[in-house]
Design a protein around this ligand. Structure first.
Ligand code: DOR
Length: 428
């Protein structure tokens, strides 16, 4: 049955205006002030915002290999609840998708279980071990880019060769920048004031930005499209800004926790342990500036679920990684947009539009002919974040218990309703 989303507000010409949106066969067939409901199944949106589906270019779905942490079913359910219609899945899996045989295992589960679109990354190096290149040419037609996320590629020569291959295959290198030689063994927080005061080993900002600096040099040499993962330092923001000014084909993402938190917010809990770590207030503020001036292209969650036991060891012993799919919009809207720090249009661009352009994913506009991958937002739904209610199997988030003022009311993926808020939410 064709669908009519009635009475929602869509973003047009710099403002939100009320429009009816008709959907048939997974595509938008009409966007107009009023569409006759005849022949449609009507969903009343009650003035909620209707925006292009969110995209998260940095998600760990853990399957195959680690389905005790998350599965493709649970992770994509969490994504749909968070308003995402497209996510890019990181390759730190077992087997690592570094050849066609391994990638097929992941693709089979995606085809079987995913509730929304999942776009896998292939690995840069075999087994993400950093020594030999993955079978990049074979997997290229089926991946959105190459990443060894979770680890930096330590060898400059390997990274140069990877970039040459990726450039020839017209796909981006999506880099986790971390120079192991610049890390203190056993680090668990940022190497800064907080670490010194608490006597904990820290991860230096340099470990991130020095490798980013190296990579940008290699981008200039090879012409490879390059995307920096989860940047967290002020130096990284400056490096990307300068690289863009010099015309290099680079982009980057940061995550909600780096925009909203810093080392001053640390608690001795696994929910505050991730890689890179929460850094200084100056870093956080530089990331906010980078978001505003377009240096930062995407907000990605780095959704990285682990089991309760793996996150029970406080800052020192817990594994790195927090979940983010089900809280990103709520916390960003409440603490960056409502507070006047970031315009809503910029937040939506970095969640819906820019990542689609960068990774060649369809959609990104509420317009006739576009895929009906759409998210409905209720900007007036005060509630408290409750991690126990997540669809994700991961529960560790520093935002648990936060008061937020907005929610995702519904998510449509190619015209299919993949999430609708329950009774606690009156939006639909
Ligand atoms: O905190 C993190 N967790 N950072 C990463 O880079 C990897 C991720 C994971 O896979 O758990």
């Amino acid at each position: 049955m064709d669908l009519l989303l009635s009475g929602g507000c869509v973003y047009l010409d710099g403002g939100f205006v009320q429009r009816d949106v008709a959907i048939s066969k997974g595509r938008i067939i009409s966007v107009s002030p009023s569409v006759s409901p005849d022949g449609f199944s009507v969903i009343e949106l009650h003035h909620c915002l209707l925006v292009p589906g969110f995209v998260d270019v940095h998600v760990h779905l853990r399957e195959p290999g680690f389905s005790y942490k998350e599965t493709i079913a649970s992770g994509t359910d969490a994504a749909a609840r968070g308003g995402y219609t497209d996510i890019c899945a990181m390759p730190n899996l077992k087997p690592v998708p570094d050849c066609m045989e391994a990638l097929q295992i992941q693709r089979h589960i995606i085809d079987r279980d995913a509730r929304i679109h999942v776009h896998p990354y292939g690995a840069i190096t075999r087994g993400q071990a950093g020594t030999e290149l993955a079978d990049m040419a074979a997997i290229a037609p089926y991946v959105v880019g190459f990443s060894d996320d979770g680890r930096g590629v330590q060898s400059e020569e390997q990274m140069r060769r990877a970039m040459e291959h990726a450039a020839a295959l017209r796909l981006p290198i999506v880099a986790h920048c971390e120079d192991n030689a610049l890390l203190t063994p056993g680090w668990c927080v940022h190497e800064g004031d907080w670490a010194r005061r608490h006597g904990l080993p820290g991860s230096s900002s340099q470990s991130e930005w020095k490798q980013l600096e190296r990579d940008l040099r290699l981008v200039a040499e090879t012409g490879c499209r390059y995307h920096a993962c989860h940047i967290s330092t002020k130096e990284s923001v400056a490096l990307i800004r300068n690289a863009k000014a010099a015309g290099l084909p680079v982009s980057c993402e940061t995550a909600p926790h780096y925009l909203l938190l810093c080392e001053d917010n640390l608690q001795d809990s696994g929910s505050f342990k991730m890689n890179p770590p929460l850094r200084s207030k100056e870093d956080r503020d530089a990331l906010r500036k980078g978001l505003l001036d377009g240096t930062i292209d995407c907000i990605a969650t780095d959704h990285a679920p682990h089991s309760a036991a793996e996150k029970a060891g406080g800052l020192r012993e817990s594994l790195n990684g927090i979940v983010g799919l089900e809280t990103a919009f709520q916390v960003l809207y409440t603490y960056l947009v409502k507070t006047g720090l970031v315009p809503l249009a910029i937040l939506l661009d970095r969640l819906c539009c820019r990542p689609r352009q960068l990774f060649g994913l369809p959609g990104g506009k509420v317009e006739t002919g576009e895929p009906a991958s759409l998210t409905v937002l209720n900007l007036d739904d005060p509630h408290t974040v409750d991690a126990t209610a997540f669809a994700s199997m991961g529960r560790a988030t520093p935002f648990d218990g936060w008061q937020v003022s907005a929610s995702v009311a519904a998510t449509f993926c190619d015209g299919r309703l993949v999430y609708a808020a329950g009774k606690e939410n009156n939006a639909l």
